[in-house]
Design a protein around this ligand. Structure first.
Ligand code: G6P
Length: 364
């Protein structure tokens, strides 16, 4: 087992540090940033022309990756919703083969997700698996598959597979929208240009992160909140999930707009609040963060490095390199993975195998 960890104290830390390489594998041969084209091996041009809406079904971290994709598709004009697979029985039924239902599952074995796909198949929808695991159950249940190619992930809490899911889904969303709209997203060239630099940006985060010092300063606290708006909300939810999974401390993520509708009552000097800033619309999140700070909460901001001066009020700053706003969340989550890892490590938790949790949940 020690050999498998390649010198890292935990598989999770190794997997966090593998992300520049695992992401390169995800993108490899699929993106031509010079010509602004995307080729996903099993999907010919026009493969998605008939799609009239998209439903994602997934659980846990995969559900947070699906939220990014649903937001991206919606922005490109394609109706899309991300459902927690376990709640899919309550969702509007997909009705025709033009309804595309996408299962997002690292393992390909999550019971809730498999059941949601069976339901979609029974309703006559077209089903597609986005998974890390060749030959998994989801690839047999779905009509088609796209592999995220992140390599094996041993740590129970997902890290590198999340990054690869978000990017594979971004590419898939671009292809779906291109076919349906019969035109390429005008923002694609800029996004693919930044995507080519993303592995290097991740390396920079890993090399320069202040996560360990921040974790050392915070780890005695009993409750942690994470907030963000728009796609930064998915990053906040994932940040909170990671921390609770491996540290056993209470952590909650929510939309920054929700703060005043309840969570603010819980804020004290004992509750650090993480704010994720990745888009232009995040000024309101800044005012939410000032509000919790006025109530004594330590504020930790994850944001593009260029904003550090504007965000000087924050008690701690986790910088991310400049990138396209639709993929910046990936960098924010890597900073938050590192903070969670170091808090859990300070607390002496069994990071790779948290109590009561399983890598894949095969019973509902
Ligand atoms: C479990 C794991 C999580 C994972 C979730 C969904 O809860 O502990 O890390 O995100 O299952 O797993 P899947 O394999 O479907 O992505």
């Amino acid at each position: 087992e020690a050999a498998g960890k390649a010198g890292y104290p935990h598989f999770m830390l190794k997997e966090i540090y593998e992300q520049p390489e695992s992401l390169r594998q995800t993108i490899h041969g699929r993106v031509d940033s010079i010509n602004s084209t995307i080729e996903l091996e099993d999907f010919e041009d026009g493969a998605f022309t008939d799609v009239d809406h998209v439903q994602f079904v997934s659980m846990g971290t995969s559900n947070h990756a699906a939220m990014y994709a649903a937001a991206h598709l919606t922005e490109l004009g394609i109706p899309a919703d991300a459902y927690m697979a376990g709640e899919y029985a309550e969702a509007p039924r997909p009705t025709t083969e033009n309804s595309l239902v996408i299962a997002v599952t690292q393992s390909g074995e999550t019971a809730d997700t498999l059941n949601a796909i069976r339901r979609a198949n029974n309703a006559g929808a077209r089903t597609l698996a986005v998974t890390n695991t060749v030959g998994s159950s989801v690839t047999r249940e779905c009509d088609e598959s796209l592999f995220i190619r992140a390599g094996p992930e041993i740590g129970v809490a997902a890290s590198k597979t999340f990054t690869s899911q978000v990017i594979a889904l971004t590419l898939l969303s671009e292809c779906i929208a291109e076919d349906v709209n019969e035109t390429t997203n005008p923002g694609r060239r800029a996004m693919l240009g930044e995507l080519a630099d993303l592995p290097g940006d991740i390396q920079q985060v890993l090399d320069e992160t202040p996560a360990e010092e921040i974790a050392d300063a915070l780890f005695g606290c009993k409750s942690y909140f994470f907030l963000g708006r728009g796609s930064a909300r998915a990053a906040a939810l994932e940040g909170a999930l990671k921390l609770k999974e491996i540290s056993y401390e209470h952590a909650e993520g929510f939309a920054a707009s929700e703060l005043k509708h309840g969570p603010l009552a819980l804020v004290t000097e004992e509750t650090p609040v993480f704010g994720v800033i990745t888009g232009e619309d995040d000024l309101k999140t800044v005012s939410n963060l000032k509000e919790v700070q006025a109530r004594g909460a330590p504020v930790i901001v994850v944001a593009p490095a260029s904003l550090e001066r504007d965000l000087e009020f924050a008690d701690y700053f986790l910088p991310i390199p400049e990138t396209h706003s639709s993929i910046a969340g990936v960098l924010a989550n890597i900073q938050l993975q590192l903070v969670s890892y170091h808090i859990a490590d300070q607390l002496g938790r069994p990071i790779d195998k948290p109590r009561n949790l399983a890598k894949s949940v095969t019973v509902e």
